[in-house]
Design a protein around this ligand. Sequence first.
Ligand code: GLY
Length: 373
Amino acid sequence: MNEFNNFEKFDSYLQELWGALQVKIDRMVKENKSAHVSAEGVYDNIPVDWWTSGFWPGILWIMYDMTKKKEYHNAAWEWDVRIEQCFIEESRLHHDVGFQFLPTAVIKHKITGDQDARRRGLQAANFLSGRFNIAGNYLRAWNDQNGWAIIDSSMNISLLFWAAEEIGDPRFKHIAKAHADTVLKNFIREDGSVCHIASFDAESGEFIESLGGQGYDPHSAWSRGQAWAIYGMANTYKYTGEVRYLRAAQKVAHFFLAALPDDYVPYWDFRVPNFDGEPRDTSAAACAASGLIEIANHLPEQEGRMYKKAAKRIIHSLTNHYATWDQPEYEGLLREGVGNRVKNKNVNVSLIYGDYFYIEAIAKLLGWENNIF
Ligand code: GLY
């Protein structure tokens, strides 16, 4: 299947793809590493306090839930226990605890009912809500600046919505919504593009300015940031039922889709002045695809169709042009991910979160329903 022109045959295409994915993942299970970046076909093994430590276990839990193969379950089991240690040691935990505990503790509890995992997820939600700045209505990003909020947190607030539902106490939801409203006000622009960082006066809570962060500049559109916003606002709608969040997700999706190059995989920022020689970011494509499916799931079938079709086109392009099927030994599913182009760090590599959202999107298209974001 080279050219994508037949949506009717997409289901059998996905089935075939799922088989190919399992072969790749089965090889990586033996290593079971705390993966982040694969530059030359071998994933690194980073300390578990790093923000990406939840994604490899998240892949394992999805694979287990889809196949019920014990190897995946066994390899996934201890990860939330390991990551929990970061709460009792000096660590780099920050706003991204959602990325670390949703695909580990929360999904483990959801799939297996394990009560210790539930406790760990709730502890992470407590930690995240402790980062809320009540004067500025934002979750503090990172640990060096106390007045910065970032678009990435749109994804992490799912942890707070989950906690609110889990213990039947809306406090966590109030915080998540307050942050989401700040995203609507200070991040998402009129044209549907999104900045990476919003800077506030941490004392008064006043908005100061937008910053470029991992994007090209303060007025640009960092592609992974757009993806975080699409998916995060769709999730916020899912948890609140308040339609302004769904409309925001659609608005950012429209910008994203209109600005994509012909092969549906964005460059690392949509507003780089000259794309010659600039890298794509497959992780942004994969995350956006999963977010587009989420939008489609919350709209009437007829309205949602175009978002789902766009997600399928993205998955098809990633599969046919960016995946590593031709190198069975290569650890990593998608090539050409970009960690941080501004700092020239991890450019043109495989990224574990790109692989995670690629698998998650495929699983969702195949009918998987235990998504934790
Ligand atoms: N959460 C950090 C990133 O998207 O690079």
